[in-house]
Design a protein around this ligand. Structure first.
Ligand code: ADP
Ligand code: MG
Length: 633
């Protein structure tokens, strides 16, 4: 047998590097985290060939003292913690002291760094863990690290990398998340000589969302802000119309760190549950702050997972906050946006050609920040100026005849209107509309008519609403039944004569299994011998034309797919199935019935989606209609 021996430090570093440095994106992550920890307010990431051949991260942080540069590259060398107890209240992103040593073990690394109080800085080169040179150098304040030829002497590792385009994509995603995680840091990301995105670092999360995801996302945000003991939440929720097919758009940050946590995803999705169809996921950017002793980030070397103390309480609070925030906002999807959002991926806002300052150019950076935030403000201003009322003044109405004096007056009004808005702009910079579907607004809905025996067309001020009568009806029934059930007030309707059902063995078993649920819902039945039952009563809400078929459908569904979960989940499922069966599309409904249905919808917490997550209504604005007819551009 070969002799057992201790590994030398170079080998240990290489092994450890495998955990921290998996691909170019992991290098970028570590370097940017170091920059942020060093208090940088501006960070530039530049890559070539997907970061495989070249990564450069420049920051304007505190720099490293000349006599400590070499130490920084030793394994377990860190300035961020001193002893194990410090792990209980970590404020920095890094703390393991592994990144620089791991990166230097598997690439060619150059560092230039200078602290403010030092006249001269350092230029340090290290390759494969071996020091190549160390010299004094005149360099700007802050730190620049260059990482070249990743895995240059471990071809086996290099082979596992994907194409430069794919690796570059991972880095772009990562940089976006880093930018979202630190709104007060100006980020710039350059790939193959081209600036891909940049943020101004003015602390405004909406600006970053706009820069990275584009206008459609900006227009469909719901702000959220809440706190409880030891925990606070702030950020933006995408309206349900922004739904995606995977979790990539659930951006959760815990104490400023991007995390992928099944627990958090679950809590967020729970809050969205009434608004999204199954297998659809929301867009969110949420910053969660926990008292540092309540959260453990030292779960995995990449620090992307977390462990929480008192997690149930926090998660319930998170779900509740999300649900509550959505409840208060207008969520009718706009027809135009439904189309564009479905078909487009996020559109980062194009980067101008003008030179973006380097992190160390402080004065220019400040000027740039002001200019940038003004430009972004411009977008919001546009939103404000072209409010429908105003377009009416300037557009449609002026097409219709009228004396010149009238025209003049209208034009003046429009100008006054505009400058009034301008002066109130800071108070008014708010793109979030309040709900229109509320009881007080009842008289403002006008029913225009029905189409295809299924869709109702309503008008609300400058919007046309298209309501799917089936979904709407289903939703109203569902909510009412749920509410009655929760209050213990379900009313049963006696069936005279009783309705006889012949059941298969499986159906009998299912009915028996879910007996208590059915009973709680107001179903009353008794055995009628030879595999049949006599139904004596059922919930009033479901009483109508189809009760026989829908009861059979529920049983069918239970037999076929079963029902798993807590009693509440099962109950909800039974109720939602009942409602689905209790109403039908393609069934004429008269205006009075529709009026009643609309009025009921106005009383619901979430009138926007049926129990299965389908929308109950969509809208089209007058403005969009006018655009389509080329009355306005
Ligand atoms: P960690 O971040 O876990 O402390 P690293 O290996 O990433 O470990 O970095 C080692 C040390 O080098 C840090 O603790 C910090 O003192 C210093 N350092 C690394 N990068 C920078 C930087 N960009 N600016 C200032 N100091 C840095
Ligand atoms: Mg670090």
């Amino acid at each position: 047998m070969t002799k057992i021996q201790l590994l030398d430090s170079e080998t240990i570093d290489k092994i450890a590097a495998g955990e921290v440095v998996e691909r170019p994106a992991s290098v970028v992550k570590e370097l940017v985290e170091n920059a942020v920890d060093a208090g940088a307010t501006a960070v530039t990431v530049e890559i070539k060939e997907g970061g495989i051949s070249f990564i450069r991260v420049t920051d304007n942080g505190e720099g490293i003292a000349s006599d400590q540069v070499q130490d920084a590259f030793l394994r377990h060398a860190t300035s961020k913690i001193k002893e194990a107890v410090d792990l209980n209240h970590i404020q920095s992103l890094g703390f393991r002291g592994e990144a620089l040593s791991s990166i230097a073990a598997v690439a060619q690394v150059e560092m230039m760094t200078r602290r403010k109080e030092e006249l001269m800085g350092v230029h340090y080169c290290i390759e494969g863990g071996k020091e190549i040179s160390f010299s004094e150098a005149g360099v700007p304040e802050g730190t620049t690290i260059l990482v070249k030829n990743l895995f240059f002497h471990t071809p086996a590792r290099r082979k596992f990398l994907k194409t430069p385009a794919t690796e570059g994509g991972y880095i772009a995603d990562l940089c976006e998340r880093l930018a979202l995680s630190k709104p007060a840091v100006a980020f710039r990301f350059i790939a193959n000589g081209q600036v891909k995105f940049h943020t101004s670092g003015n602390g405004d999360m909406k600006e970053i969302i706009y820069r990275i995801f584009g206008r459609d996302f900006l227009k469909n945000l719901v702000p959220v802000e809440a706190s409880t003991e030891g925990f606070s939440i702030s950020g933006y929720l995408g309206k349900p119309v922004l739904n995606r097919s995977n979790r990539n758009f659930e951006n959760c940050f815990v104490n400023g760190r991007y995390v992928k946590s099944a627990l958090l995803y679950k809590a967020v999705e729970e809050g969205y549950r009434p608004y999204l169809m199954q297998h659809k996921f929301p867009f969110v950017v949420l910053h969660l702050s926990f008292d540092s002793e309540l959260v453990d980030v030292n779960v995995h070397p990449t620090k992307m997972d977390i462990r929480l103390t008192d997690s149930i309480r926090f998660m319930e609070f998170l779900s509740h906050t999300v649900g509550q925030a959505l409840k208060e906002k207008e969520l009718i999807p706009d027809m135009e946006q439904l189309e564009t959002i479905k078909n487009t991926t996020p559109v980062p806002q194009p980067v101008e050609r003008s030179h973006v300052p380097e992190p160390f150019e402080e004065k220019r950076m400040e000027e740039y920040r002001v200019r940038e935030s003004m430009q972004y403000g411009e977008e919001e201003r546009k939103e404000l100026f072209f409010t429908p009322q105003e377009t009416r003044l300037e557009g449609l109405d002026s097409v219709s005849s009228g004396s010149q004096a009238e025209e003049q007056e209208k034009a003046t009004k429009a100008v006054v209107n505009r400058s009034e808005k301008l002066s109130g702009i800071h108070t008014q910079m708010n793109l979030f509309e309040d709900r229109i579907l509320r009881e007080e607004n009842r008289c403002r809905f006008e029913i225009l008519g029905q189409a295809f025996d299924t869709y109702w067309i309503l008008r609300y001020e400058d919007k046309l609403l298209f309501v799917d009568q089936h979904s709407a009806h289903e939703k109203v029934k569902y909510e009412r039944l749920m509410a009655e059930y929760q209050k213990g007030e379900i009313l049963s309707q006696n069936l005279q004569p009783p309705m006889i059902f012949h059941l298969t063995q499986k159906e009998e078993a299912a009915l028996e299994e879910y007996r208590s649920h059915f009973e709680k819902l107001g179903f009353v039945w008794e055995d009628f011998g030879s595999h049949s039952i006599a139904m004596r009563a059922m919930p009033v809400e479901l009483y109508g034309k189809n009760e026989k078929t829908f009861f059979e459908e529920i049983l069918d569904e239970l037999v076929e797919n079963g029902c798993k979960g807590t009693p509440e989940v099962i109950l909800e499922k039974i109720i939602s199935m009942s409602c689905k069966a209790a109403v039908k599309g393609n069934q004429a409904m008269d205006r009075r019935e529709m009026q009643a249905l609309v009025e009921q919808m106005l009383t619901l917490e979430n009138p926007y989606h049926c129990p299965h997550g389908r929308p109950t209504m969509i809208s089209m604005s007058k403005q969009d209609l006018e655009k389509k007819f080329k009355r306005i551009v």
